[in-house]
Each structure stands twice: as C-alpha cells, then as structure tokens.
Design a protein around this ligand. Structure first.
Ligand SMILES: Cc1cc2nc3c(=O)[nH]c(=O)nc-3n(C[C@H](O)[C@H](O)[C@H](O)COP(=O)(O)O)c2cc1C
Length: 362
C-alpha cells in the first residue's frame, strides 16, 4: 500500500508538513487499551529537536485523538490522531516546486505527482509526518510494556563516536525512554554532540547507525517467507525518511564469520530455551526464537546543508545552484531513533495481534 502499513494492525499516515495538519489512523487495535498520555507526550517530546545538533522548529506537538477512544481506553474502532501544523514558514520553501534540493524528494515528487504535490517544507515527504507515527507507536508501546515487551533504540554510532552496547536490555531501554538524547553512555553523548556541532559549523551534516532491541517477544511468532519478522521490520524501517540500510544481529559482519562463530548455540535455562550468542538477532527462519530481536539501521547525513549546491530547475530544465535557507540539523539521528523505536513497536504489535488475535494487547 502507499500510505498504509500492516496486516492485522493497519496504520495509515496523512498530511503535509505545511498543510493544516498531519495525522494517522490505526485500525485493528485491541479494545480496552488504557491510553498512557504521559508516555505519548514523553515520546513526542523526545522526537522534537532539543539538542544543539537539531533544528529550531520547536513546534509543540499538540495532538488530538478524534476517534477510537472513549473514557481513556481504546474502543477497538479506527483510532485517528490529528496534529495541527503551527510553526510554519512556507516562504523558506517556495522554490522547491521547481528547484530540486539534492538528497530530497522534490524532483521525484514532481515526476510522480505531475506538479500537484504540496512541496512546501517537503510536503508529505517531510520528517514532520513522523510525529504521527511516534504518537501512534507510543500508544502501542505502552500497551506492549504491560505484556513485558520492551522496545528501545539508541544511537550506536554518529560523527565517528560510538555508544556502548546494550547490557541489561530492559533497564537500558527504560533509561532511553527518559533520555532526551538516545544514547546509553553519557560520555559518548557529549563527544558526539561536540563532533556533530563542529560538522554543522562547517556547513555540513552527518549520519550514523541506530540500534534497536525488542525484548520479551515470545518464541514462535512471525512468518517463514514474505512476512518474516525481518521483512516486516525492514519494510517499516525503510519507510522512515533517510534510512538507507538495515542489518539483523551480526548483520554484514557475518560475511567474515565462520559457521562455528555465527551459529547461536542453544541451551536450556529452567523452563526457557535460550541461545549463548545472538548473531541471528533473535530470528530464525523469519520467526522469533525468544532472544532479543536486534537490528541496526543506517541513517544518511541530513540532506539540507547550509552550503551552496549544484542542482537543476526541473520545470525550466536548467542547471542552477541552490542555497537552502532556514533551519538545518547537523544530524537527524537523535529524532530518527524515536521514530525507529515507536515504529518497531507498531510492527511487533501487528505480528503479535496477527498470531494471537485482536485482544492480545489487553
Ligand atoms: C524525524 C526526521 C526528521 C527529518 N528532518 C530533516 C531535516 O530537518 N532536514 C533534512 O534535510 N532531512 C530531514 N529528514 C530526512 C528527509 O525527510 C529525507 O532525507 C527526504 O525526505 C528524502 O527521503 P530519503 O532520504 O528517504 O530518500 C528527516 C527525517 C526524519 C526521520
């Protein structure tokens, strides 16, 4: 589908960056989920720019749930969240209907929508649309936590600085949820921000790798072929603007490993069956094996940079140059982490509801 994702749980996105509002419709939700407004606010707050490496569009995401909730609980009918756009300055973006910003979707949108697209601020392609995904995902994430399933994403690497690995998954994830910068090691965070700011001061930008862990998923969910857990998560992650790659478990490193190093040996621990390593990222044959589901996504450097760049006017078919005015992120990775985390929650809930039924999240 074009703007709809999911099987048992369907999520539809709508809106443009500088239109009246953006939003999301979630269909297939369990009735009776208590809405954790505080958690939704916290996740929206984390997605908003707060560090020196992020932009100045500090719009308060005043969302409104206009259907699907009654007396603080989901009804089970389509739940629609609307977020009005307020901090909008379209004058910065008037050119984008004719001059393509390198790295952005201005030209491809023109080719697909024949000039009828709302190009202001990136329109439907804008990172702003992720506010709706985060609101929907946070609602689902808090319901998953009540089932003992925790989802967290941190910046594994950015601007040449690496974060530490997850150690105690649940406690690390809980700490990420109260952190404004999605990183586990405070010292690495300072270095990363400093390095990213230096790059921004040279009118450039930087990308990085974000690592997601989903813990508590029972063994035996997922599908063997087209809807394997890897396929579903990859489909969702590649929908996040600026995500350019994904790897599960040991990922591309397994090209240098031997079978004896790659194989995750099983052992019995009380009633549980576990593996000694987790190179397969918690998935065998597309199906969860009960270990943490772990994957990395690479985020490209922010396309909007303050430098003059060569481009074209695609209406007049002329070479030209562009200098992008307005607000620039040194890196979008701190915000993308919250999107990856909440979207992963949506995917896992979809898979679990598909397997155990609509009432699973109760
Ligand atoms: C949360 C979030 C915020 C974003 N903000 C910006 C931004 O401020 N500037 C920018 O150049 N790109 C930003 N992007 C990325 C662009 O939207 C994206 O690169 C562009 O739409 C082209 O899509 P593609 O990179 O997937 O090809 C953001 C992405 C996300 C996930």
């Amino acid at each position: 589908m074009k703007n709809t994702f999911g099987n048992a749980l369907k999520v539809t996105l709508f809106g443009e960056s500088h239109g009246d509002a953006i939003g999301v419709v979630i269909d297939g939700l369990t009735p009776g989920i208590e809405i954790d407004y505080e958690f939704i606010d916290r996740q929206l707050n984390r997605r908003r720019s707060k560090t020196q490496v992020c932009t100045q569009r500090v719009e308060k995401d005043d969302y409104k749930i206009i259907s699907g909730v009654f007396e603080g609980h989901t009804t089970g009918t389509p739940l629609c969240i609307v977020i009005p756009n307020r901090d909008v300055n379209s004058s910065d973006y008037q050119l984008f209907g004719s001059v393509a910003r390198p790295g952005h979707a201005d030209y491809t949108a023109q080719c697909k929508y024949h000039g009828y697209q709302d190009f202001r601020g990136g329109g439907h392609f804008s990172g702003r649309i992720t506010v709706a995904l985060v609101a929907a995902g946070a609602l689902i994430q808090s319901a998953l936590e009540k089932k003992g399933i925790f989802v967290g994403t941190h910046i594994k690497k950015c601007a040449g600085v690496e974060d530490r690995d997850f150690s105690d998954y649940v406690s690390d994830i809980k700490n990420l949820h109260v952190s404004q910068f999605a990183i586990l090691d405070e010292e690495a965070s300072q270095k990363m921000i400093k390095r990213a700011c230096e790059i921004k001061n040279s009118d450039d930008s930087v990308g990085g790798i974000m690592e997601t862990a989903i813990v508590g998923v029972p063994a035996g969910v997922g599908e063997p072929w087209f809807d394997s857990i890897e396929s579903m998560l990859s489909h969702a992650m590649f929908s996040i603007p600026a995500v350019k790659g994904i790897e599960f478990g040991a990922g591309f490193k397994c090209a240098e490993m031997l079978g004896s190093q790659m194989n995750d040996e099983f052992y019995v621990d009380g009633d549980s069956i576990l593996t000694r390593s987790n190179n397969n990222g918690g998935i065998n044959g597309g199906i969860s094996n009960g270990m943490p589901i772990v994957f990395n996504c690479v985020v490209k450097p922010t396309s909007s940079i303050a430098r003059k760049q060569k481009t074209v006017n695609f209406i007049d078919k002329l070479d030209t140059e562009i200098e992008i005015a307005g607000r620039h992120d040194a890196t979008i990775i701190p915000r993308a982490c919250v999107v990856a985390e909440t979207l992963s929650a949506i995917v896992i809930a979809d898979i679990l509801i598909g397997r155990y039924g609509t009432d699973y999240l109760l």
